[in-house]
Ligand binder design. Structure first.
Ligand code: UD1
Length: 419
């Protein structure tokens, strides 16, 4: 078993370069299934969710070659199977994108139910509703989703809930459908826009991504043959912004899209941190104890749920009493029990938590319950007095590339050891 040993406290200072976005890459890789040809993806994060997405495509007969540390060449001219194995799809959430992509390209798909972080119930009813509206028959049985259609025909779809996954999945299924599809109440996250930009680069005809109404004019085929660079990871950039504030440090974050983080920038300034934007870099520093805040997580452009645990670490040592209301997931406060082991004073109930700011945290053995909880506990270990041992690294490795090396470059005393 691997664990991280972190000795703190450390004030983080220096520069960090952000990788490609996990949530965009894990959608774009399945989206390549729609291409009758080849494409090259750049800025692909080398993380376990990406590696497993690639392994699933290889099982489907796709030819894939890493041609650089973050560049892959994908040849989807021939696809030999429409079945994505359950043991692979259950390892991560975004495996559900195989459904929309295979259905769109081949007219049928058999995909094991997705896994991913345990954040509470994670239904896919809106994905299924979209596929059915396009003309597919969908069945869920024995842990698998089976979808088939003799033809997919464009239609109007209203999503009952703002869902990133359903928006992208319906978009994938609609790209090669006959006629025009509209998705109303669509998610507006940067990775929704990135997937649309990728598909358009490959020959699709999608408009309105980034607004709540997306229009997809079906095309006969995607020829591909182009190179596309995955958007920088908004959540990784936000993680380092919050690490700067929590450690009262000074970090310049390179290769990011600052406007994707407007909401976080405003909150950081509200609690006493400083943010300076320069092109694709964000300089964040904080020279005093952050003050209390009230946070509510919401779909983009609201405060991202995937930065809630990292913000929770900041508020656990802030001056005063803070409240976080989690607006997306039922069970995203599991990390607070671990922070309390480190001396935090957090009371979480249901979708709300009250943070009584303490002067400092102390190192302790802690367990990452999910990906972002893991990132939050790394930050907690860095600002805590003494040694923190962090377990369950498989969650962190799903979504952060070289995370301990990046923190070490900023001065953190952090080592991965195998027990
Ligand atoms: C994606 C992200 C995840 C992030 C989340 C919210 C990926 C791979 N993961 O997850 O990191 O936390 O967006 O920003 O991109 N819902 C339904 N029915 C559905 C689909 C969703 O009720 O069919 C509900 C969910 O339970 C949740 C809300 O809608 O309450 C948002 O979920 P969604 O945006 O779909 O999240 P994911 O795509 O799973």
């Amino acid at each position: 078993m691997e664990k991280l040993i972190i000795n703190g406290p450390t004030r983080l200072v220096g520069d960090v370069t952000i990788s490609g976005a996990k949530n965009a890459a894990v959608a774009i890789i399945p989206a390549t299934l729609l291409i009758d040809g080849t494409c090259t993806l750049e800025n692909v994060p080398n993380i376990s969710d990406v590696k497993i997405s690639i392994s699933i495509l290889e099982k489907l007969g796709v030819k894939i070659k890493w041609i650089g540390p973050n560049t892959v060449h994908i040849d989807t001219t021939n696809i030999s199977s429409s079945r994505a194995p359950l043991d692979m799809t259950s390892k991560f959430r975004a495996s559900y994108y195989m459904l929309g992509a295979l259905l769109g390209r081949l007219g049928n798909a058999e995909v094991g139910l997705p896994g991913g972080c345990n954040l509470g119930a994670r239904p896919i009813d809106q994905h299924i509703k979209g596929f059915e509206a396009l003309g597919a028959k969908v069945n869920v049985s024995q842990g698998k989703v089976l979808a088939e259609a003799s033809s997919l025909v464009g239609t109007s779809i209203y999503l009952d809930t703002v869902s990133v996954g359903a928006t992208i999945n319906v978009m994938l299924a609609a790209v090669l459908a006959d006629g025009t599809t509209t998705i109303d109440n669509a998610a507006k996250e940067p990775h929704v826009v990135d997937v649309a930009n990728f598909l358009n680069t490959m020959g699709a005809d999608i408009h309105g991504a980034g607004t709540d109404m997306i229009k997809i004019n079906g095309v006969k085929s995607l020829k591909g043959g182009a190179t596309y660079s995955v958007v920088p990871d908004q959540i990784e950039a936000g993680t380092f912004m919050l690490a700067a504030v929590a450690s009262k440090g000074d970090i310049t974050i390179h290769n990011c899209v600052p406007e994707h983080l407007d909401c976080l920038t405003a909150k950081i300034e509200e609690i006493g941190g400083h943010v300076e934007i320069n092109g694709d870099s964000i300089h964040v520093w904080c020279d005093s104890r952050p003050s209390k805040a009230i946070i509510k997580t919401q779909p983009y452009p609201g405060f991202p749920t995937d930065l809630q645990p990292q913000m929770g670490v900041v508020l656990s040592v802030a001056d005063g009493t803070s409240i976080i209301n989690e607006g997306i997931w039922e069970s995203r406060f599991q990390y607070t029990a671990e922070l309390n082991k480190m001396g935090a004073n957090i009371t979480a109930q249901g979708k709300s938590a009250v943070f009584e700011g303490t002067d400092f945290l102390s190192g302790a053995p802690v367990y990452a319950s999910d990906l972002r909880a893991g990132a939050a506990l790394i930050i907690a270990g860095i600002i805590a007095n003494g040694e923190t041992q962090l377990y369950n690294l498989q969650h962190i490795d799903r979504g952060y590339e070289n995370i301990e090396a990046k923190f070490r470059n900023l001065g953190a005393d952090i080592t991965r050891v195998t027990e």
